[in-house]
Design a protein around this ligand. Structure first.
Ligand SMILES: [Zn+2]
Length: 76
């Protein structure tokens, strides 16, 4: 098993790069937070490539994922 310890760009937690399915992030949550920030930034750009409907769908997806992650955390 390969091992490469890196820091998550989102939460700075150290993790094995090869263990994460969400690299360069340590977990799905960090990846989604990053995506969420990108989405928030896109809201402030007057000309957005996303339609409002698409943005809402994406936001809903992020909220659902966050809820799933919170349930995962309880199991750990
Ligand atoms: Zn992280």
């Amino acid at each position: 098993m390969k091992s490469l310890i890196v820091s998550c760009p989102r939460c700075q937690k150290k993790f094995n790069y090869y263990d994460s399915s969400f690299r360069p992030f340590c977990c799905e949550k960090c990846r989604l937070i990053d995506l969420g920030q990108w989405l928030n930034e896109s809201y402030t750009v007057p000309v957005s490539k996303l339609t409002l409907e698409e943005a809402q769908q994406l936001e809903q997806l992020i909220n659902e994922k966050n809820q799933n992650d919170e349930e995962d955390d309880k199991l750990h």
